[in-house]
Ligand binder design. Structure first.
Ligand code: MG
Length: 369
């Protein structure tokens, strides 16, 4: 693939319903879409990022800067054999995984389109659909939460994840469990606790949760291993795992028994697949998280989530979970059985709605050889 042209596009899309984690309440999605042209073929990727450094240290502006000034010049005019080598080609730039992901994913789309196969197939997947779960943010009242969960279950979602924080945890989970004793249920704290809260978190062991996601610091691996020893419920790491080496350390230390893989957090599909392979060799289940991606990043998430080691339903929901209107022609839909189809067309298998994309674009910059 000879990289001829790259376009960055900063878009803002309103969220259907605000999304609140232990850190922040969001009302709109800010994200960067990347288009790469190589050998005349166009591919799309997404740097699923936030306006502020609430989930990761990266922001839209840091990503734009690192892409424009460093990553784009490293790829423009270059010849790549496969998209799988792109992450390593960008290794001189340390970190900035979200900035790298948009470019890397676009190259997977190009390569798959050139070969006339889907990104999922190029990754090595044969599965026609993925199991879909839903992530439900913190609400103003428990009644609002119950109403939302009831709606998602009625739509067919196979697993419910609720965000928790101090003051919105054990009693909320107890209420959910009383109402739905059998539903696959998990919680995500987005680093809202410390080891001093261990006695309190042990109370969550009574509710048959699938897992507790990232209870402790966003950059911690060791303290999670101490907490995991005190809990029957598996811990799952998200924010702490940026590389395959982090995943290995977490598994060796016993810091978690499950890993949430997000391409955006780890620098793209190749790194996501490496972590998947490492976990699969060790019999550790993984699932695909989400960063409120629009249709482009969502398509890449669906592709990676169709690999065989993704044995737990993830956060890859239908487009209408987040947006009134997505930026792709045919939004992702939930099947009545709680699955989402893996697009079988060439590349990511979805087409961008260019007119709508122009409406939601706030900045755009193009680079050519
Ligand atoms: Mg998480």
């Amino acid at each position: 693939m000879h990289v001829e042209r790259i376009e960055l596009r900063y878009i803002q899309l309103p969220l259907k319903h605000h999304f609140e984690t232990s850190a922040i309440r969001s009302f709109q999605r800010d994200t960067i879409l990347v288009t790469v042209w190589a050998d005349g073929v166009e591919g799309w990727g997404e740097s699923a990022i936030e306006a502020g450094p609430w989930y990761s240290p990266e922001t839209v502006e840091t990503a734009w800067h690192v892409q424009r000034d460093f990553l784009v010049p490293m790829l423009l005019g270059q010849q790549l054999e496969t998209a799988a080598e792109a992450f390593d080609r960008l290794a001189l730039v340390r970190g900035h995984n979200m900035a790298k992901t948009g470019l890397e994913e676009a190259l997977w789309d190009v390569e798959a389109r050139q070969k006339g196969i889907s990104v999922a197939q190029l990754l090595g997947s044969t599965s026609p659909r993925i199991e879909s779960g839903v992530s439900v943010g913190i609400q103003d009242t428990v009644d609002e939460l119950l109403e939302l969960v009831e709606g998602y279950l009625a739509q067919g979602y196979r697993r419910i994840k609720v965000k928790i924080k101090p003051g919105w945890d054990v009693e909320v989970v107890r209420t959910l469990r009383q109402r739905w004793p059998e539903v696959p249920l998990m919680v995500d704290a987005n680093s809202a606790y410390t080891l001093e809260d261990a006695d309190h978190l042990v109370a969550l062991d009574g509710f048959d949760l699938m897992m507790i996601e990232q209870p402790l610091a966003y950059d911690d691996i060791y303290q999670h291993s101490l907490l995991q020893r005190r809990l029957r419920t598996p811990l799952c790491l998200d924010e702490s795992i940026h590389t395959p080496a982090h995943a290995l350390a977490a598994l060796e230390l016993g810091s978690c028994r499950i890993i949430n893989i997000k391409p955006g957090r780890v620098g793209g599909l190749a790194q996501a697949r490496r972590i998947h392979d490492l976990c699969q060799e060790r019999g550790v289940p993984v699932w695909c998280g989400g960063l409120l991606e629009v249709g482009v990043g969502r398509a890449h998430n669906v592709a990676i989530a169709s690999l065989p080691g993704f044995t737990l339903p993830g956060d890859v929901s239908a487009s209408d979970r987040y947006f009134e209107r997505d930026v792709i022609e045919l939004p992702f839909r939930l099947n009545p059985d709680g699955t989402i189809d893996v697009p079988q067309g060439p590349g990511i298998g979805v087409e961008v709605d260019r007119a709508f994309l122009d409406e939601v674009t706030v900045r755009r910059e193009e680079f050519a050889v």
